[in-house]
Design a protein. Structure first.
Length: 138
């Protein structure tokens, strides 16, 4: 079942919200490839997700520092961990024969990745971002 962005996920910054919408879209596409058991497409979607997450994390860290988010150092560490998780996931997809267990593991990992990033971590920035215009972009 695809995930849908909703206003409860808004961190109060347009750039970050738009990035999160796009990350959700990429995860939905990866899940669609997973359901279709299309391993090449899944690998391709994970590469795109990794690429876009990297762009997003850098931009988000610049914005976090600009709004004086006090945990921006911890955020940077967490982004490195999330990047490693994605890369491990892609490595597994590229080097493991298809199985329902593998598919389940990848699906769980992608959902957890998204929830940890957007809901558990980025929403903590909201009170700081709300002091600035939603259009703040760096
Ligand atoms: Fe984010």
């Amino acid at each position: 079942m695809p995930i849908h962005w909703n206003p409860n996920l808004s961190v109060g910054n347009d750039r970050i919200d738009n990035d999160h919408r796009h990350l959700i879209e990429l995860i939905n596409l990866a899940e669609r490839a997973l359901e279709a058991k299309n391993i090449n497409k899944l690998s391709n979607q994970l590469a795109q997700l990794d690429h876009y997450a990297d762009i997003h994390f850098k931009s988000e860290e610049r914005i976090a520092r600009a709004v004086h988010f006090p945990h921006s150092e911890r955020m940077h560490q967490s982004h490195s961990d999330l990047t490693r998780v994605l890369q491990t996931c892609k490595h597994k997809v590229d080097n493991t024969a298809w199985s329902d267990d593998m598919a389940h593991e990848v699906l769980t990992l992608l959902r957890t990745w998204l929830i940890d990033h957007v809901i558990k971590e980025d929403l903590q920035m909201k009170p700081y971002l709300m002091k600035y215009a939603p259009s703040l972009s760096l």
